[in-house]
Design a protein around this ligand. Structure first.
Ligand code: NDP
Ligand code: OXD
Length: 358
């Protein structure tokens, strides 16, 4: 511990154990007089967690204070507020859409925790990144996504876009009703979010057929896996919900040929990432009447450019990436819990497979 005998300044430079800390004696200890004329330097044994994000500064500060409150033994600090030695000392980065150039300035990172469930942009921007990346797996996020999938499946199932159009035309016309059991919803992706969505749809009475890369079991759902099974899943899906991550295998997955495999009049919901569906092919399928409607929450470019044809297409419902927002309260608890666990045991939750892309 460094004890400067005659500090030139009493300015508090940092609370870190890594930066020299000068504290004014009478503010450093409010419990009573200091025992000697020497200045006491308080250096709390705290780890440094760098917060790296391209979200706005105010939001970053909120995350930092939320996490700090849950992690009394740590300092959660915005990257820009870290001094040089602190950057070298940071072992953990908590990130949300991080700038890769900024992450590169944290040379001793041991691991990274994403505040978001989807890490596709990060994976694409960080080829060869070595520290393990842990993404957010939050039951509350899964619940929110399942709720969104049910909400927009019902929106399509109960013909709300058609009734809204009829109202604009002052047209009184009753469309045929079918029961949920008469309808099959396909779900591409049976991970944390897709499997929760499947269970919610089954609970609401729908038949569910799901698709994953490796074998998965969701009670009550017909689960298929592997590229060879995609055609069977699409052929059965009157409604198709996309919840696979964007990877080299899923980019452009729903192209003209795949869209054509859906039954006539099928409806599509993309809650994953825009480039999984080929937009031009989707518009063609809607214009030809092969597809009846698409609910899109995600796009090739976000925010969706004002001149995009999707805004005014009668067969498209545009949502501004709201299917399942990160819940700050539950996400902070989960991230803090994972950090505490790692400090205690050295164990991390399963990391993203950067080679596989998710
Ligand atoms: P998971 O990693 O838990 O699940 C991904 C699923 O997709 C797995 O079942 C996986 O198969 C499957 N999959 C991946 N690649 C393929 C492939 N080539 N062929 C077949 N199946 C494949 O992810 P989450 O469920 O947590 O999240 C999914 C996505 O949802 C995120 O990546 C993100 O893009 C999006 N998202 C959107 C939000 C929104 O608000 N719109 C909010 C949060 C996330 P397997 O089980 O075999 O690994
Ligand atoms: C996420 C998202 O990945 O909002 O969390 O898409």
């Amino acid at each position: 511990m460094e004890v400067p005998s005659e500090p030139a300044s009493f300015e508090r430079q940092s609370e870190s154990k890594y930066c020299t800390l000068f504290m004014q004696p009478d503010t450093a200890n409010t419990a009573g007089p200091l025992p000697s004329t020497e200045t006491i330097v308080v250096m709390p044994e705290q780890g440094i967690i760098a917060l790296v994000s391209r979200i706005g500064e105010a939001q970053q500060r909120l995350w930092a204070s939320r996490l700090s409150a849950l992690l009394p033994g740590e300092r959660v600090v915005l990257f820009d507020d870290l001094c040089e030695s602190e950057r070298g000392a940071a072992e953990i980065a908590v990130v949300a859409n991080p700038d890769p150039a900024v992450l590169a300035q944290l040379p001793n990172l041991v691991w990274v925790h994403s505040l978001w469930a989807g890490v596709e942009r990060m994976v694409a921007e960080l080829p060869g990144f070595r520290p393990p990346v842990v993404r957010l797996i939050d039951p509350e996020l899964a619940r929110t996504m399942a709720e969104a999938v049910l909400a927009w499946t019902l929106y399509l199932f109960r013909d709300m876009p058609a009734y809204a159009q009829q109202q604009r035309e002052r047209r009184w016309h009753q469309l045929e009703y079918r029961r949920p059991e008469q309808v099959t919803v396909g779900i591409l992706g049976l991970g944390a979010l897709g499997s929760a969505a499947a269970l919610r749809l089954i609970d609401a009475g729908f038949n569910v057929i799901g698709w994953s890369r490796s074998p998965r079991t969701v009670p009550g759902a017909d689960c298929r896996h592997g590229a060879g099974a995609l055609g069977q899943v699409l052929a059965a899906s009157q409604f198709l919900v996309i919840l696979t991550p964007l990877t080299s295998e899923t980019r452009g997955l729903m192209n003209a040929a795949r869209l054509a495999e859906l039954p006539e009049g099928a409806k599509l919901i993309n809650f994953a990432r825009g480039p999984i569906v080929d937009t031009a092919n989707l518009i063609e399928a809607l214009d030809s009447g092969h597809l009846a409607h698409a609910v899109l929450d995600v796009f090739d470019e976000e925010p969706l450019p004002v001149d995009s044809v999707l805004w005014n297409h009668p067969g498209v419902t545009v949502l501004p990436h709201i299917a399942a927002p990160t819940d700050p309260e539950t996400a902070a608890q989960i991230v803090a819990g994972n950090i505490r666990c790692w400090r205690r045991t050295g164990e991390l939750p399963p990391a993203v497979d950067l080679g596989r892309g998710y």
